[in-house]
Design a protein around this ligand. Sequence first.
Ligand code: GLA
Length: 348
Amino acid sequence: MIDHGRTDPRAGADALVGAFAPGRVNLIGEHTDYTGGLALPLAIDLGTTVVGRSTNEPTVVLRSADEPDEACVPLDIDDPVGVTPSWARYVAGIVHELTPARGFRGEVTTTVPIGRGLSSSAALELAVALALGFDGPSTALAELAQRGEHLASGVPCGLMDQLASASGIDGHALLMDFTDGSVEPVRVPDGVAIVVVHSGERRTLVGSAYADRRASCEAAARAVGPLREASLAAVATIADPVVRRRARHVVTENERVRRVVDALRSGDIEAVGTLMVESHESLRVDFEVSTTALDALVDRLVATPGVHGARLTGAGFGGCAVALTEPGALDEGWTVRPSAGARRFAVG
Ligand code: GLA
């Protein structure tokens, strides 16, 4: 990084720092991360940038190009969820977890559509953490940002979004195993496009419904042991029919992730598409996180010539669908490229 502090005409000024973190889209492996399962997201070529410098003020002050009001977070913040404006809660969650020694003043810009299910909040969290001086492995960065997200939003999210943003690899999807936090790159073959299309519905009730799904998975694990190792025969013995269906989604979804990885490696894109559609069905029927708008969108995408498969992506309850297509098959949404993960960069 260039140390502007040494050449800055304002002698003694701190160096300008730049940090960038991408959003993510999940190809398959939905609602598996918090059960120690498998997922296959990728970091995308849309992301959030923070540029600024340390100060001797007792606050982190960030101005966003997309928000009317700035975030001004005291270094000793103890209750991120009460902070206003609401976007500042994510900054506050990171300040709370990172406990930076010095203040910071900077600007935030983003190319991630905000609140659309492409992990704009994870991108903000990671970019802020890096700008404020986080130094450590990508898993630790992701875990810190996840703790910040829990504090900021109150939603007990898993690690997938933050880990995808932290550990993205150009041209690759990321096979994540949440039993040990490992990430294995899986090349996305040339000649396929990944397109994300919004359903038109903002995600609603995502907090309580997400926590409810997570609680059902925990109930299932109490009945049959870790879902990652559970067989469908064991799942069939779960007495509560709702808990049984939730568990069946998780067990079958882990298997679909394995099969998608095999299919990508052997170049069988049609098989990937079929498994994506099966994932959507499982999320619709067994996990019950789809909506009428998402179902209609997936049906329409799958019926479009050149589309190999599509499914809802992210938590559900609104938000986006992801489609795997021949290049140019869809003229809507965001065509995203698997991209590198969060990083600091030189400013100047
Ligand atoms: C949200 C959460 C993730 C994950 C997905 C569902 O994006 O933040 O941790 O659980 O939902 O797969």
